[in-house]
Ligand binder design. Structure first.
Ligand code: 5GP
Ligand code: ZN
Length: 106
């Protein structure tokens, strides 16, 4: 999507550090962290939110959790929260699906 900030980051039209990249996803630091560690797992496919997940997207959705788990392990986080805000009324501000990885550990 042309006007999507996360698509621009994924396409490297906006500079930003990738903590992880694979065929289906990238991981970036949240620009306005709400915890000591606050990362965002983004699918490369532009899916606006959980509401728009389509048949066949299960693999992508599951993959996001696996990426979060592997990265948390790599970073040595003792515990963490995974959060997805769904829709404007669910607190979602950026309409490109993302999984928050939040931890009081760094
Ligand atoms: P949401 O409320 O949509 O679940 O979360 C969007 C998150 O994206 C927020 O935590 C916000 O701080 C973060 N964010 C907004 N704009 C940018 C940006 O340009 N770059 C990065 N890395 N994070 C952003
Ligand atoms: Zn997008």
């Amino acid at each position: 999507m042309d006007d999507c900030i996360f698509c621009k980051i994924i396409k490297k039209e906006i500079s930003g550090e990738f903590l992880h990249e694979d065929e289906h996803s990238i991981v970036i630091k949240d620009l306005y962290p709400k915890a000591k560690t606050h990362l965002l797992i983004l699918p490369k496919k532009h899916i606006p939110s959980v509401i728009e997940l389509e048949e066949g997207d299960e693999k992508i959705a599951g993959h996001m959790i696996k990426v979060a788990k592997d990265l948390a392990e790599k970073l040595g986080l003792k515990g963490y929260k995974l959060q997805i805000n769904v829709g404007k009324d669910g607190g979602q501000e950026v309409f490109h699906l993302h999984l928050h990885l939040l931890s009081t550990f760094a």
